[in-house]
Design a protein around this ligand. Structure first.
Ligand code: SDX
Length: 437
């Protein structure tokens, strides 16, 4: 195959040729537009896991895996984590620009307006056992919003799409906190208009009727609020990861947006994706002590052992995940503020140090990813282990709805329908039961 600045030429051994245009963005790798490949050569491309496949064009997030770069609408994640708030970043992801003061105030006010859930949805939770995994409840409840918002939705109307996105971003913390309250048998706490997004979430999670709401500072720890805000910013978006791609593929059929985001929540739940933060804590608990680290590193390298070092490795980052570096710093700050000498944090740092010096991890470029330390922070904030991926859902809803809005605004939307390489039987005739071997 040869490539000049605008096209690629494929020449098969048979002599057949195809000329395919290159698709270039503003940064990063270009792509070969293979839309006419089958027509020209009668061939498909084959790329399980989409290692080298761009599924769309997007202007939302840019990742440079080799250099550990992450930009949201061009702004470095380090600067946003330091200077911004989660709702300001959500506005940026959804609208493409940082909001002016009045724009942010209006956005926050509208989010506050949509934080409540329909009262009929409360009884929906009664259908879950108390020990239902919160992620199972999140999938069900987010999907059930499509039962409340469907008939009046016109997906071709940009305002209908905007409101749907705002509703999901506003309601996801309320749903998340309700999942937790249901699992501990506590009454639900309603969102308040006088609290910020993260203050509201903590209040809905942990406030008890028996406690007086004396004043915010004494009641909702500002350290916890800031840590949450940063963690939500870091988890808000990450280009075409598995769950975002799931939302895009479901949305390509024109399905109800709440149902499509529920599909994204399902995809995020897996331990290879957003479920890794919960899996990291379970792994650290299983390792237990520093002296057992070599045993588990050996298992992670053993091809016959399904054990993987959770929180390590990434499809795109072949260098440090820039988010992991920030999360590690936040982890230090939170544990210091709470004067927690959490042995799990010491163990995590020892495990990171050991792995980063191990030939296998170096050769395969396996570095800590965003999920390696986040669970320890959530644990320090008293967020239970089963709620960790739910925390990821809250943040990534900003990214999911942003990609949904971007995709639905495209003038020509095509249903996503990949092909396959068939490995089954050739045509054969039916065999009557009595004649089967
Ligand atoms: C997230 O896509 C995103 O952007 C995701 C995310 C986001 O913000 O949306 O960043 C969030 O999901 C972070 C990733 C969280 N998952 C984990 O921490 C789980 C542990 N990590 C692995 O399962 C794995 O690294 C993945 C799933 C993250 C990446 O898998 P890839 O890109 O398919 O890589 P691979 O499985 O092909 O691994 C390449 C090699 C393999 O060895 P060989 O077959 O080449 O000999 O590296 C090995 C793997 O066995 N390997 C690991 C490993 N990760 C990869 N070996 C041990 N421990 C690991 N964690």
């Amino acid at each position: 195959m040869s490539q000049d600045q605008d096209k690629a030429k494929i020449i098969l051994e048979s002599g057949q040729q195809a000329e395919l245009p290159l698709v270039k963005g503003t940064k990063g790798e270009a792509g070969i537009d293979i839309g006419t490949l089958h027509k020209q050569l009668g061939l498909f491309t084959y790329d399980p896991g989409f290692m080298s496949t761009a599924s769309c064009k997007s202007a939302i997030t840019y990742i440079d895996g080799e250099n550990g770069v992450l930009l949201y609408r061009g702004y470095p994640i380090e600067q946003l984590a330091k200077n911004s708030s989660f709702l300001e970043v959500a506005y940026l992801l959804m609208n493409g620009e940082l909001p002016k003061d009045d724009e942010l105030a209006g956005f926050v006010d509208e989010i506050n307006h949509h934080t409540m859930l329909h009262e009929a949805l409360r009884s929906f939770f009664d259908g879950f056992h108390y020990d239902a995994h919160p992620m199972a409840m999140m999938v069900g409840v987010m999907g059930s919003l499509s039962a409340f918002y469907h008939s009046e939705l016109d997906m071709n109307d940009p305002e209908h799409r905007r409101i749907s996105a705002m509703r999901m971003l506003a309601k996801v913390p309320t749903i998340a906190a309700a999942c937790y309250r249901h699992s501990v048998g506590w009454p639900f706490v309603y969102p308040r208009m006088d609290l910020s997004y993260c203050e509201n979430f903590l209040n809905m999670m942990f406030s008890l009727p028996s406690q007086k709401f004396i004043d915010k500072e004494n009641y909702i720890d500002p350290v916890a609020v800031k840590a949450l805000d940063v963690l939500f910013i870091l988890h808000a978006d990450h280009e075409q990861n598995a769950s975002t791609s799931t939302v895009r593929l479901a949305s390509s059929t024109g399905a109800n947006p709440y149902a499509c985001v529920a599909a994204g929540i399902s995809a995020l739940w897996g331990p290879a994706h957003g479920g890794a933060n919960e899996a990291v804590l379970s792994m650290l608990a299983e390792i237990g002590t520093v002296d057992r680290i070599p045993e588990f590193i050996a298992r992670a390298k053993d091809k016959n052992d399904p054990f993987r070092l959770m929180g390590f490795g990434h499809r795109v980052y072949k260098n440090f995940d820039p988010r992991a570096t920030i999360v590690r710093e936040v982890c230090h700050e939170v544990l210091e503020k709470y004067t927690l000498d959490d042995p799990m944090f010491e163990l995590a740092m020892a495990l990171e140090e050991y792995a980063l010096k191990d030939e296998y991890f170096i050769e395969k470029k396996l570095y800590p990813n965003v999920d390696f330390y986040s669970g320890i922070i959530y644990k320090a904030l008293k967020i239970p282990e089963e709620m960790l991926t739910v925390m990821f859902v809250i943040a990534r809803t900003a990214g999911w709805v942003s990609h949904w809005l971007e995709m639905m605004a495209e003038p020509t939307r095509r249903i996503g329908r990949p092909r396959q390489i068939y490995t089954g039987y050739d045509r054969r005739d039916y065999v009557a039961p009595e004649e089967r071997q």
